[in-house]
Design a protein around this ligand. Sequence first.
Ligand code: NDP
Length: 434
Amino acid sequence: ARRDPHQPEFQQAVREVMESLWPFLDQNPQYRRQGLLERLVEPERLLQFRVAWLDDRGQTRVNRAWRVQHSAAIGPCKGGMRFHPSVNASILKFLAFEQTFKNALTTLPMGGAKGGSDFDPKGKSETEVMRFCQALMFELYRHIGADTDVPAGDIGVGAREVGYMAGMMKKLSNQAACVFTGKGLAYGGSLMRPEATGFGLIYFVEQMLHYARRETHGARVLISGAGNVAQFAAIKAMERGGRVLTLSDSGGTLYARDGFDEDALAEVCTLKNVRRGRLSELAGDARFEYLEGRSPWHIPAEIALPCATQNELDGNDARTLVHNGAVCVAEGANMPSTLEAVEVFQQAGILYAPGKASNAGGVATSGLEMSQNALRLSWTHAEVDARLHAIMMEIHALCVRHGTRADRSINYVQGANVAGFVKVADAMLAQGVC
Ligand code: NDP
């Protein structure tokens, strides 16, 4: 906190991890050697750079961009790029720190990174988005590589933006490998990558409920967000018999009292992915209630899946969820629950999974994309899905191994943090002080 006084999100992420590691560190003092903790909370490299680009009127625009390479201890740095006006160094440092543990949990050899810009793709033309992506790559290309740092998408960076950045990477590096994951199928992408985070989240929730001997069929599900993660979480939850009651965006919540059906969900996906519109456009539709400026958390349901952004679910939301009978909260987004909300879930004894465990399916499938690229092979849909499912089961097993309490319930925060930490820490100790 003394070193980074103006970085609240980064401090929050570090505190959450360190608090849950403390009992483990007390019992395993070997992990305090070589300044390990001090090194682990300091990114290996943080790049900040200017992105100057021309808008459609020929005016010069200037944005700020970053890449945080947090740790390459177990493999090349790996993590998404985020384009959103709220992006700053604190948010990217927290995301890169979390990514380091998450990537370790996937069982694949990937270090942690994150990057992005305060550029807002909303309201920009196709050509403006392309020019911005190309301008950003003029700087970023020299810092990334298949064995150095492998970026991907995140909020505001989908297939379109990855395509423009990967295309420029190819041009500037004169190499066929575009380095990015989340690529289109036509140029080295993996089947199932778009679905992976949302599907993986539901596979993880099934494991949690199964392990706790809870029924899943017919459960009411609240989902926030209406982007990549939220959409595929909704599709898989419905496929598995859940009743999805909500989706949301930064304007408000779309509430389907009897649950979304396939047609309604397809309409939302078209609205968001093709027309890039707002959920408020469906406000007059008789199938929904549109709750302007509200999040979904006041609606009674058994399962809550925050899939939008950090700190979108606070202590009061958590108390309301618990009061309304929620049994399981699993994070699709990164750090969507505040520290107070997590405390409320833990004290109430409901099942709670932090994003680094429950949303790791996306980066795991990115790891599978890297493997396919290296092999110059493409696996089938079923093959990638089976590997994703197996990885989510393995992450759940790691949480059980490291997070089982005396009463046999699972502390998923502790389980995920300790399992991720041990892998990274062992690699750092073996490689010496560097
Ligand atoms: P998208 O950009 O596809 O969607 C983000 C959604 O969240 C949109 O509906 C957006 O609303 C909403 N949102 C964004 N910011 C806010 C805000 N401040 N308040 C309310 N709603 C907001 O992103 P993704 O679905 O890819 O990512 C969502 C979360 O999941 C992020 O935390 C990301 O880091 C995490 N994640 C994503 C992975 C992936 O594979 N995509 C992998 C692992 C984690 P609007 O449309 O109004 O902007």
